[in-house]
Design a binder for this molecule. Structure first.
Ligand code: HSE
Length: 303
């Protein structure tokens, strides 16, 4: 007997400035995953779109590995595993490509094996694999999420702002692994910097919940990761300044970078063009995307 499922998972932007490892937003950019499990056959992995030629198509593939975790958890075994990934989310740029791959594999394998796990179980599993919940939570649930790790469980709150909010993402033409971007972070931060971030994280949440977006300009400021990462993203401050100058509400590193994200309600193309120009002034080629908030998260889709 074989089982087939096709799922779609959104990309995500994590941190939102001060909310390091806690805040995340699902974005309208998607990876699709088709999974066929059967008793006969072997492992076949196909990749289209982002990551084609770079993502391993053997047992090192993260989607394959997380599918195996679900199969072990639900006590099922298949010899034939056919994985087809169609990716829009650029790899290692700060838009949650690894979280999307993990969530897609867990979600698809769960559906294909009879849907015995719920989305909260998948969140706990995905967080254990990814190491932090800020990308996987919005990838699963859509919207904006704020998450905490409580023992071995993740507790989260999800909401959608009451007014439209767009995200202009400047994508420089180099990648940056999350591992490298976490390695430059300090073991401890000054007490006043912790207070700076706590107060702004609270304000980011309040501003997004209430639709009081004018607060974002200073609420998105951060003192515990962005300045430590600035040397990895040449032109970071100039790109932020350009975005604000063109009318953005506020700007931050997207996740661990190197993408930089500006929040806006209008003038998105002017903001994107300004951000690209600022990267160009540092001899870095970049492109931009205007994304909205995805409200659906991981879901099964038809053919
Ligand atoms: N919170 C994470 C970080 C997001 O900034 O390292 C990247 O996955």
């Amino acid at each position: 007997m074989s089982a087939a499922v096709k799922v779609r998972v959104p990309g995500t932007t994590a941190n939102c400035g001060p909310g390091f490892d806690a805040l995340g937003i699902a974005c309208t950019i998607y990876n699709e995953l088709e999974l066929i499990l059967s008793q006969e056959g072997s492992l076949v992995i196909e990749v289209e779109g982002e990551g084609k030629g770079m993502i391993p198509v053997d047992e090192r593939n993260i989607v394959y590995q997380v599918i195996q975790k679900v199969l072990r958890k639900v006590g099922k075994k298949y010899h034939g595993i056919h994985i087809k990934m169609v990716n829009q989310i650029p790899l290692s740029r700060g838009l949650g490509s690894s979280a999307a791959a993990i969530v897609a594999g867990l979600f698809a394998a769960n559906i294909a094996t009879g849907n015995t796990l719920n989305k909260d179980d998948i969140l706990d599993m995905a967080t254990a694999i990814e190491g932090h919940p800020d990308n996987v939570a919005p990838a699963i649930f859509g919207g904006i999420t704020t998450s905490v790790i409580q023992g071995d469980q993740v507790r989260y709150l999800r909401f959608i702002p009451p007014a439209k909010l767009s995200m202009v993402v400047a994508i420089p033409d180099f990648d940056l692994s999350t591992h490298a971007a976490r390695n430059v972070l300090p073991q401890t931060v000054p007490f006043k910097d912790a207070v700076f971030n706590i107060s702004r994280t609270a304000l980011v949440i309040g501003a997004l919940c209430q639709g009081e977006f004018h607060h974002l300009r200073y609420a998105l400021e951060d003192k515990i990761h962005q300045s430590y990462r600035e040397h990895l993203i040449p032109g970071m401050q100039q790109v932020f300044d350009a975005a604000l100058d063109k009318g953005a509400l506020g700007a931050a590193i997207s996740g661990a970078g190197p993408c930089l994200i500006a929040f806006a309600q209008d003038h998105c193309d002017q903001i994107g063009a300004g951000m690209i120009q600022a990267f160009a002034s540092k001899h870095i080629k970049a492109s931009y995307l205007v994304l909205d908030i995805d409200t659906e998260g991981a879901k099964v889709i038809g053919d």
